[in-house]
Structure formats: C-alpha cells, structure tokens
Design a protein around this ligand. Structure first.
Ligand code: EPS
Length: 345
C-alpha cells in the first residue's frame, strides 16, 4: 500500500523487543531521538491505562540507517525493548526444550483475535495469537510514525489529535469519571477521537484509480489499528442527513486566494487533499479483555465458560489517537515522497 515510505514491524507483546525496518527515507533527514521518545511517552499515557504501562518506559534504539544524527539513505532500524520480557523469558523462549503450558489459555476473548486467529494459524494455545494481536505492537508503529512526522516537519506539516467522547463523557472531567466507573465495574470503555493534519499541499492522492485515493489509504491505516471500528472524514458520518446545499464547502475569494468557510469534507475531495485541514475521526470500541469476563467457549473441551483475563487497560482511546496520528503520518509521508521524489534532502 505504501509505495515509497515502506516499513515492516516485528515483535510479540511479551517477547524481547519490538523492531521496525523503514525503507525509502531520503538521506540528510535529521532524526531527533528525543522527539521519537516523546511520542512513545504520549502513547503510554492517558487516563485508564493498565498495569503494563507501569512496567514499560518505551524508548527507541536506532541500530541502522542514521549516522551523526542524520539518515544516510540506508534502511533505518528501530528497536524498543520490552522490559516485561524479564518476567516472560521462559514462556516466550524460542528454544524447543523450554516448551511449557504455563500461561497457555484456551478460553476465547469475544471481540479479540483469539477465535479467528486460532482457526487461521491452527493454534491450540491462544497465547500464540494474543502475543502479536496485542496492541503492544502499536508502540513500534508510533516510533515509525514519529520518523514520518520528522520527515513531514521538513515540509511544514504538523498534526494533533483530540478526544471527542469516551463512553457518555463529552469533557475531560466526564472522561475520567466514566473511566473510573468502568474500572470499578471490571469493564472497559471505547471512545471517539479526531486527528488533524495542517498545511498539507493540494493534490496528495488521486481520483484516477480507487487505490490511489488518499482517503481510502488513510481509512485503511486507521481502521487497522486494534479496536478501531469506524473511520470518517470531516462531517462524513453525518453526511446522510445534511442536504448537498449545506454539506459541501463553498468556495470564496479572499485577496485572490480560494477560501472555504466550512470543512465538512475533512480536507479531502475526489480522493485528494484540497488544502484544508485533514480531519479524520475514528471510533475505538471498548478493549475486549475484561476483568469481569464475557461468556465464551473453551476450545480445549468445547464447553461454555467465561473468557480469559490476564491484564488490560480500562480505556486506551488517548493512546489510540496517538497511534492514529502515527499511521496517518506514514501515509502522508508516502504521498509526499511520491510527488517529491528525491534521494536526499
Ligand atoms: C499494550 C500492552 C499490553 C496491553 C494492551 C496494550 O500489555 P499486556 O498484555 O502485558 O498488559 O496492556 O493491549 C491490550 C489490552 C490488548 O487487548 O491488546 C500497549 O503497550 O499498548
């Protein structure tokens, strides 16, 4: 999907480390490690996070692609070590002689990847699915996104995100009380957030083929974040009830420049950026790992039971918004590279 700014990540939630290899960056790009780490810190924060975030202090190590603070054109490798690995070395061992049932589980968590993952990869121990389907992998994606943001900064493009709703809560204060109530009940909460990118050039993406539309690329990037169930642009989610005369963002002239007074399109028309702020909205469902578990089936003996619980966040919507910023930054960096090809900056 990303033709120029390409990356792969690897790593299990309780494995030794998370790794990413990024390819396609021009040489000469300043890599500010403190900035990458500050993005990782943002992802770890937010009201409602669970025990794992007390254990980890995510920081990145760069093991290739950078010399004296700047990219040199070769693949850039990022590593984040999992501090919790210390407690999981035997369970996550790569050696056959260490095989153990400890921490195995067979009770599917409804809403998580356990069931479909076990059928797809033919696993009896659902830990084999949990480990990679965990949102832990979004830590390394956030680091990759931070590199994309550094590239975008070079073009004067910046981004931010806002939490719009958590449960029934519409303000910061309500968010906290909603999360407190859910935590007390052993429950979890989802929410709605928006990500805004400013100063994008007109014409990123294209209308000529479906797979070049930038809204399609962004939707895929955000929808595939664990637990995201809906993605929309601008006022798109209300588009069914607003007539065309009110929905479309009329054009006016101000000092010879085209201006808009509304942004219902969220900065995308015809699959291309139109120079307005890019506004992406998404809904994260509640995290499926519940302290008060749901009804399910035990795959080991096909009996009805309640779901596996290990540890979980009550709410991770703030973290999800940071991850969405990172994913969108990667899509936009790729689009910028497509229109500004160059091996150095
Ligand atoms: C996460 C790490 C995970 C979870 C969470 C996100 O760590 P652990 O499984 O050790 O608690 O806290 O992931 C989920 C709840 C999930 O269902 O995927 C992280 O680093 O963000």
């Amino acid at each position: 999907m990303l033709e120029k700014f390409r990356f792969l990540t690897a790593g299990e939630s309780h494995g030794k480390c998370l790794t990413a290899i990024i390819e396609g960056l021009p040489s000469g790009l300043e890599i500010d490690v403190d900035f990458i780490n500050s993005e990782l810190k943002r992802r770890q924060q937010g009201y409602g996070r669970g025990g794992r975030m007390q254990i980890e202090t995510d920081t990145v190590e760069i093991t290739s692609g950078v010399r004296f603070g700047k990219t040199i054109g070769s693949p850039l490798t990022l590593v984040i070590y999992n501090k919790d690995y210390e407690n999981w070395q035997k369970i996550m061992s790569v050696n056959p002689e260490d095989e153990t049932d400890e921490k195995s589980f067979t009770k599917y968590r409804p809403g998580h990847a356990d069931y479909a993952g076990s059928v797809k990869y033919n696993h009896k121990d659902l830990r084999n699915i949990l480990e990679r389907s965990s949102a832990r992998k979004t830590a390394i994606e956030t680091a990759v996104g931070a590199v994309a943001k550094l590239f975008l900064k070079h073009y004067g493009i910046s981004c931010r995100s806002n939490i719009l709703q958590i449960g029934a809560g519409l303000s910061e204060e309500d968010f906290h009380s909603e999360i407190d109530k859910a935590k007390e009940a052993g429950d979890t909460l989802g929410g709605k957030f928006e990500v805004i990118f400013e100063n994008l050039p007109v014409g990123l993406g294209s209308y000529v083929h479906w797979d070049r539309a930038i809204d399609g690329k962004i939707a895929q990037a955000v929808m595939s974040i664990p637990a995201v169930k809906s993605v929309s642009f601008g006022n798109g989610q209300h588009g069914y009830k607003i007539p065309g005369s009110k929905f479309h963002d009329e054009m006016f002239l101000e000092n010879g420049k085209i201006i808009r007074k509304t942004n219902n399109a969220g900065g995308v028309e015809g699959g291309m950026t139109n120079g307005e702020d890019l506004v992406v909205k998404a809904v994260m469902k509640p995290i499926p790992t519940l302290r008060t578990p749901l009804n399910t089936v035990d795959s080991s003996n096909m009996t009805e039971t309640t779901a596996h619980f290990e540890r979980s966040d009550t709410c991770a919507v703030e973290a999800c918004a940071v991850v969405a910023e990172a994913r969108i930054a990667c899509v936009i960096a790729n689009e910028i590279m497509l229109v500004n090809p160059g091996d150095y900056i």
